[in-house]
Design a protein around this ligand. Structure first.
Ligand SMILES: [Zn+2]
Length: 467
């Protein structure tokens, strides 16, 4: 499943903020383009791969206990950045443009260097208090969020927040997501150290940054203030090259099995996110590789014929019967094709093969609810409750839970789940209204009442509107 999570009813206008940040590398024309769709992508396969990429690096940096989250942003241009002490943000474009695992791992190592170095730590720690969706809403809609920041106490957060949110875009970029040159060099050095200590080459990091240096030579003048004032100097990249080449692992290649998983994720992202003609240009029908066939199968289910898509997916399953994501996409195609009953078996298989990945459990819960068969309701509730307990930032789990409770006639729990979904979407008014109604339906002091009360009395998180 590749979910495009909505934060607000209207698609957000993505500003240059998102693309002109830590790496400051986006081609100018791309920065100016408004991206379609909501800003966060959720996909178990992609997130799992990114977690595996970053885990050894974070361990080497002494950050393994921080539970650093990977967040994939719906942007086709290259960017990756840390905005606080507990999340690494990466555009799907950065994954698409990284031809090898080592290239994106190198970027993650550089970003981890910023994390470990505590660069701009104060503001970032303050941001860490907010939920991911709120952070992204804040980054994307920064100009409109002055209210939340002003209403706080006299804490550092409100001071920093007021400065952040009242500043124009360029000021926010400089203060929040840009680094001084010394920090860039330190992050490069730390990144190389983390890679070397985990037996990995820094060649991918060098290749990526070298490409940006070359590209920035051709960037249009005046089109982006950040790149204008913070070019990636050739000198920095030369120093990085020297350091990277001194590692005994410089020539080490990616494991072919990992390269295949990387290629599969890129094929999936392409199929879900790019125009169909782009997908078939990248993966022509003559390309019979597993990633190309994955892209074709997904593209067929999205734009074409369900029967043909299922036949293609079944051929993939025949090749890798224990790949949970093939069963997941089979279930998703059936569910979205209006066949929820038939989606249940492949989704059960995907849940089992993925060790109960919560996002896949949510899809199974959705299929069970969508059958309209009340015999599934209790099971759906049990699965969805387990899923939201482990994945607390995906509104879809609560939305499905609300439907399941509604089906059962448990309107107190249905209102509470709907309130939780609204809260995660950043719609505080709806969340409060639903939670207030839920409170009247629960006995005072019961766990449901307490949860509803928490939502009613919750202060808007930074980046949320208070109305
Ligand atoms: Zn950096």
């Amino acid at each position: 499943m590749l979910l495009r999570i909505a934060l607000r009813k209207k698609p957000l206008k993505l500003t240059a903020l998102m693309t002109a940040t830590a790496l400051a590398v986006a081609p100018m024309a791309a920065v100016a383009q408004e991206n379609k769709g909501p800003p966060v992508l959720r996909d178990t396969e992609t997130e799992q791969l990114l977690r595996e990429y970053t885990r050894p690096i974070l361990r080497a940096a002494g950050l393994e206990k921080q539970n650093i989250q990977m967040v994939i942003i719906n942007q086709g241009v290259f960017n990756a950045f840390v905005a606080d002490g507990r999340r690494i943000f990466v555009n799907y474009g950065a994954i698409m443009q990284s031809e090898t695992p080592n290239q994106i791992i190198g970027v993650m190592a550089h970003e981890t260097g910023h994390l470990a170095g505590g660069h701009l730590a104060k503001m970032r720690e303050q941001m860490a208090q907010a939920q991911t969706q709120m952070i992204i809403a804040m980054l994307l809609g920064a100009g409109a969020m002055v209210a939340g920041a002003k209403s706080g106490s006299n804490s550092g957060l409100s001071n920093a927040g007021a400065a952040m949110f009242s500043a124009p875009g360029e000021m926010i970029r400089r203060n929040l997501l840009s680094y001084v040159r010394q920090q860039e060099e330190n992050a490069d050095k730390a990144g190389v150290k983390f890679l070397t200590s985990t037996g990995q080459s820094a060649r991918g990091m060098y290749e990526t940054f070298k490409r940006f240096t070359d590209e920035s030579l051709f960037a249009a003048r005046g089109s982006d203030p950040y790149v204008q004032s913070h070019p990636m100097p050739a000198q920095r990249v030369a120093a990085l090259e020297e350091l990277a080449r001194s590692s005994p692992y410089w020539d080490k290649k990616d494991d072919p099995a990992l390269q295949l998983r990387h290629d599969m994720v890129r094929a999936k992202i392409s199929a879900f996110m790019e125009r169909q003609e782009t997908v078939y240009r990248r993966y022509p029908l003559s390309n019979n590789s597993l990633p190309a066939r994955y892209a074709h199968a997904i593209s067929t289910y999205l734009h074409g014929d369900l029967r043909s898509a299922l036949a293609q997916i079944d051929a993939l399953i025949q090749q890798q019967p224990n790949n949970p994501y093939f069963h997941e996409v089979r279930g998703q195609a059936l569910l979205e094709g209006g066949k929820p009953q038939e989606a249940i078996a492949p989704l059960r298989k995907a849940v089992a093969l993925s060790n109960n990945a919560p996002l896949i459990e949510m899809l199974l819960g959705q299929a069970l609810v969508a059958t309209g068969n009340n015999a599934y309701t209790d099971e759906a509730i049990a699965i969805l409750r387990a899923a939201v307990a482990r994945e607390s930032e995906a509104p879809i789990g609560y939305i499905q839970l609300a439907m399941a409770y509604g089906r059962k006639g448990d309107y107190a729990q249905a209102d509470l789940a709907s309130a939780q979904a609204a809260y995660l979407r950043g719609d505080n008014k709806t969340a409060r209204d639903l939670a207030s109604r839920a409170k009247t339906r629960f006995a005072v002091g019961t766990p449901g009442w307490v949860k509803a009360d928490d939502i009613v009395s919750a202060k808007p998180l930074p980046g949320q509107r208070s109305n």
